[in-house]
Design a binder for this molecule. Structure first.
Ligand SMILES: [Ca+2]
Ligand SMILES: [Ca+2]
Ligand SMILES: [Ca+2]
Ligand SMILES: [Ca+2]
Length: 285
């Protein structure tokens, strides 16, 4: 990270995220089969991350890291590569924090992405190959296969703020009623600034028995509820267009997430299939 980074906040959290990766990798290297109580944070086996209750709902408008409501939440890093190549910090860096009330799980993310890319105007087409913030939610932390059922959902929230996932018919569906989304760039007078995005979500949770044919009402969230959760970012900058692909053929360059996923046959991209790889949240009050 160059020392000319304009944002003091950014410098410190990028450094912290890197330190966290180093520490976690080190712990993983020595821990073998870790117990739930001692497993490193950022792993499926780790103790649940406590999420603070907010009596006042945060405004979902993609602004204001300094909002007093968000100061009760703790930043979490997104340091783990799940697919593609590992990006430099200016290519992608992300962190996020969470709050809850009875209606929603709230998320505020700060994302550095050097090129915003949305080459497929149809929100149902290859949405993972356009830039997207991907939220994995398993409302009862049941784990298990969820590709074409709603025991868990993997909401790909696109740059047009629409949320898409595979439905129980095996085809992509929009779930815009489930996720309220807004994002904006952070303005700066420094020409070297990375102009990070503040991306905010309010997420409804649904029971395992939700189906597309008979959508159920969202759950009322409760203190001490445990939720399966991961956050990821699909980063495409269209770099492969220079190699002869058309923009609509361009594929995701990095898929970075909040949790370490044990690879199977070298593949860590398992969150869209198996909710057992998610981390866990505990709603505290
Ligand atoms: Ca990028
Ligand atoms: Ca798109
Ligand atoms: Ca579930
Ligand atoms: Ca991008």
């Amino acid at each position: 990270m160059p020392h000319t980074t304009p944002s003091r906040t950014l410098t410190s959290w990028v450094g912290l995220a890197a330190a966290s990766v180093a520490l976690t990798c080190s712990l993983l290297g020595h821990s073998g089969s870790a117990q739930a109580s001692t497993a490193p944070s950022g792993t499926a086996a780790a103790a649940p991350l406590a999420v603070a209750y907010s009596a006042t709902a945060p405004t979902i408008d993609g602004t204001n890291l300094d909002d007093a409501i968000w100061q009760q939440a703790t930043w979490q890093p997104m340091p783990y590569l799940m697919a593609g190549s590992k990006p430099q910090s200016g290519d992608f860096t992300g962190r996020f924090r969470l709050l809850w009330d009875e209606q929603y799980l709230y998320l505020q993310a700060e994302i550095v992405d050097d090129v915003l890319w949305d080459s497929r105007p149809n929100p149902l087409e290859a949405y993972w190959d356009d830039d997207a913030l991907e939220v994995f939610i398993d409302s009862d932390a049941s784990g298990g296969k969820h590709f074409d059922n709603h025991s868990a959902l993997a909401y790909h929230v696109a740059l047009d703020n629409q949320a898409v996932d595979i439905g129980d018919d095996g085809k992509p569906h929009l779930y815009n009623a489930h996720v309220k989304s807004a994002w904006q760039r952070v303005a700066s007078n420094n020409p070297e600034a990375p102009y990070p995005i503040i991306w905010e979500l309010a997420i409804r949770l649904y029971p395992n028995s939700y189906t597309d044919a008979k959508p159920l009402a969202p759950l009322t969230l409760q203190a001490n509820q445990t939720i399966g959760f991961m956050l990821a970012y699909c980063d495409n900058d269209g770099s492969d267009v220079s190699t002869g692909k058309t923009p609509s053929q361009s594929v995701r360059e990095h898929f970075m997430g909040s949790h370490f996923i044990q690879p199977v046959n070298g593949d860590s991209n398992r969150g869209y299939l198996d909710a057992s790889v998610f981390g866990k949240l505990r709603l505290s009050k």
